[in-house]
Write a protein that binds this ligand. Sequence first.
Ligand code: C5P
Length: 401
Amino acid sequence: MLEGKRVLIGVGGGIAAYKVCDLVSTLAKAGAAVQAVLTDGAQQFVTPLTFATLCRHPAYTDRDFWQPTHSRPLHIELGEWADVMAIAPLTANTLAKLAYGLADNLLTNTVLASTCPVLLAPAMNTDMWQQQSVQRNWQLVQQDARYHAVGPGAGILACDRVGMGRMAEPPQILAHLQSLLYTGGHRDLAGRQILISTGGTREYLDPVRFIGNPSTGKMGLALAQAAAHRGATVTLVHAPMEAGLLASLQGVRLIPVVSADQMRQSMLNYFPEADWTIMAAAVADVKPADYSSQKLPKRSLPEVLPLAAVPDIVAELGGLKQPHQRLVGFAAQTGDILAPALEKLKRKKLDAIVANPVDQPDSGFGGDRNQAIFLDAQGRQAAIGPCSKLEMAHRVLTLLL
Ligand code: C5P
């Protein structure tokens, strides 16, 4: 998603600038062409040399802006060059300039001389962030379709306070940049309610033992992230997942569940309001027939565990589906993936199914990459990947449009 893409990073004067070095390094290693513009404030924290070295390209400051050595004005060159721009950290000062269209330095002139999407990653002290003037400016910029917001979050700040104002982490900014590059910044899912399930359910035998599977929930998380970046209203019903993964989601309603029965109940609750429902969860197909509320002593564990079936959630939703609703399933398969996926598509009354070969490299549980065949009820087939789970998520959403 980044190979050959032109990314312009505007660095503001905040301590979070040190984290942006990492972001630039990741972008460059992923094959993106990266250039950086540093404000005067930014240079108090990081140097142009740091960025030039990481970008493998000159990094620009206001001194370059006022030099008569460029054949064309630098801000125009940079503005025309960029496919996407990120301003990180975005300070209260630069935010105010963007809100009112001021242009008194290279960075703000470049923003005004460009038309690409601009991702804004604010970072500041909690009191600064909560000022009415700052909040007003933040609302103002978000009325402009060009600007996309990532963060800020809550956490420990460099001023030793714990509160709002912490810059989004580099992986979160990176994911959002990738989405903007994919869509060109269009919020093509605005107004859509999307319900997604993810993660592996746990079917407990007693308080400490369960039947589960290795699903990490990353595919559903990528779907939620991609849909939110494209303007959808997203609800994510998730089985137990690593907290750090969930923290990377912004603007997504999270509904935690543990067992298939709980997932079924939550999916039934939110299904009526959903335009699209995507069932990416790895639901355990069986549960222990009995549950003990006390931990069973080892000697009391049965040699053969009696099992009971869990409800097929997506098939139940297929029966409830209204004509305006779309229902998508996933089929994790080994061996032949097409025939069983087609059979599930029909039997569960799905509009589409994403069949992924979990026995192939670059695919399935745990990793950041995946590959699949998308099949729909109209007989369409599309191969996706191998690619990142975020790219697969975008491809699936585009196929549903
Ligand atoms: O039948 P199979 O489990 O392979 O079907 C996969 C699809 O069905 C996935 O979308 C999965 O989330 C869903 N599923 C479900 N309830 C189950 C089992 C699977 O909704 N009990």
